[in-house]
Design a protein around this ligand. Structure first.
Ligand code: AMP
Ligand code: MG
Length: 408
């Protein structure tokens, strides 16, 4: 039996980032950039007006005021998107719309509110400093600048910037295809109605959802029966994926054949059993170079093992540098007994208050009680050496979702 840390080290030491692929920039949302993005040109491309108003030579507005305006001749009308034809000379102005290029000769913009029309001219009611209300060429991005470095996770702002830079496609890390195989003679598919003592294959769906939630691509391979041939066939088929997950059949029971079959199909077993609860009987190895996780069958164990081991591995394969959930320190509202030597992951509800976070378990913690996960927004992590966590004690909690970041 190895520790959670050792298991994680071996897993992360085995997987590496997948190659890049080109995708449309909207498809790149949430994915990891696999190239440096440099600007091909300045943004904005020219000096342009920040206001609807008049482009002027600032020195012409010297002394202008409400009482004593300066009247300038309007030589041109420049809508956004039109390039000016005339140069602004002494005593002249051009009408400009927001975003319109500043005509040569002008060096300031007087906003409409600070002017009055006077026949064919404009009366300027304020004096301007040089540069007033002009957006400079390249003030957002300079030609040649490294704007978004490789390794960045693409958010809407990056999508916008890529569009501004004229990029419709970008290179991002591939998303792993994850084959998911449920095992067990007691299982039926969700829409089957077999004998009343059979149970639905919920792990297949929970795992597929976890895979998708972290950005990878799930492929459900259905249910393998607890028979060597069936397991073997399905594991061999799963090799086409980038990562293989199975659930069940990794304990020490008579029908727990998964470990044996993993060996028979050529799996290089790297460890079996981790000092944790839930999730002790985890098997990990590589099959034809692909990471293979033999997850425990109990629904909570399967999900918690995914959280601790599979998710960081998938994130690493997708090029992410941040592999782990955010943690907070929270005060326990109840005492929890535990066994020394195992790391515990207790399903719990974290709440934020004035005095920091508090955390309460979701009740019965059996590894078959999926409701404990349904109700939880976090996992309390109790270290191996601890024998009892006392009410009022501060503990570390992994946050499973963003509920603490949101307000109503
Ligand atoms: P096993 O490790 O194969 O003995 O599985 C442990 C327990 O987990 C079984 O008795 C089932 O109740 C449950 N289980 C196994 N596989 C699944 C699954 N795919 N969906 C829901 N529960 C499962
Ligand atoms: Mg089983």
């Amino acid at each position: 039996m190895i520790s959670v840390e050792q298991a994680l080290d071996r897993i992360l030491g085995t997987v590496s980032p997948l190659p890049a692929e080109k995708v449309g920039i909207l498809e790149a949302l949430g994915r990891v950039l696999a190239e440096d993005i440099r600007a091909g040109r300045d943004i904005p491309p020219t000096d342009n007006s920040a206001m609807d108003g008049y482009a002027v030579r600032h020195e012409d507005t010297e002394g202008a005021s409400q009482r004593d305006p300066v009247v300038l001749e309007i030589v041109e009308d420049i809508p956004a998107g039109v390039y000016p034809e005339k140069r602004i000379g002494k005593g002249q102005a051009a009408r400009v719309m927001t975003g319109a290029p500043i005509p040569p000769g002008a060096d300031a913009v007087i906003r409409v509110e600070d002017t009055r029309r006077e026949g064919h001219g404009v009366a300027v009611l304020v004096r301007a400093e040089a540069g007033l209300d002009i957006r400079r060429a390249g003030e957002d991005v300079r030609a040649g600048e490294l704007v978004i470095p490789t390794g960045t996770v693409i958010r809407p702002a990056e999508v916008g910037m890529l569009a501004a830079l004229g990029r419709s496609f970008v290179a991002v890390r591939q998303r792993p295809l994850v084959a998911i195989l449920a095992t067990g003679d007691e299982l039926m598919e969700i829409d089957e109605n077999l004998e009343p003592w059979k149970i639905k294959n919920s792990n297949g769906y929970a795992l597929a959802a976890q895979v998708r939630e972290c950005g990878a691509v799930p492929m459900q391979l259905g249910i393998a029966r607890d028979r060597r041939e069936d397991l073997k066939d399905k594991f061999l088929a799963a090799r086409r994926a980038d990562v293989i997950l199975s659930s069940g059949g990794v304990s020490v029971g008579e029908y727990d054949l998964v470990k044996d079959i993993m060996g028979e199909v050529g799996n290089d077993m790297l460890f079996w059993r981790v000092a944790m609860r839930p999730g002790r009987p985890l098997a990990f190895g590589t099959l034809g170079g692909k990471p293979l996780f033999g997850l425990p069958g109990n629904p909570v164990s399967s999900m918690v093992s995914f959280e601790q081991f599979v998710r960081p591995a998938l994130l690493k394969m997708m090029g992410h540098r941040r592999l782990f959930r955010r943690t907070v320190r929270a005060t326990l509202t109840e005492s929890i007994a535990k066994k020394r030597g195992l790391r515990y992951f207790i399903r719990a509800v974290v709440e934020g208050g004035q005095g920091g976070y508090t955390v309460t378990t979701t009740g019965a913690q059996g590894s078959g009680i999926l409701k404990s996960m349904v109700r939880a927004n976090g996992l309390v992590v109790l270290p191996e050496e601890m024998e009892r966590a006392q009410r009022g004690e501060e503990v570390t909690v992994q946050l499973l979702d963003a509920s603490l970041d949101l307000v109503e």
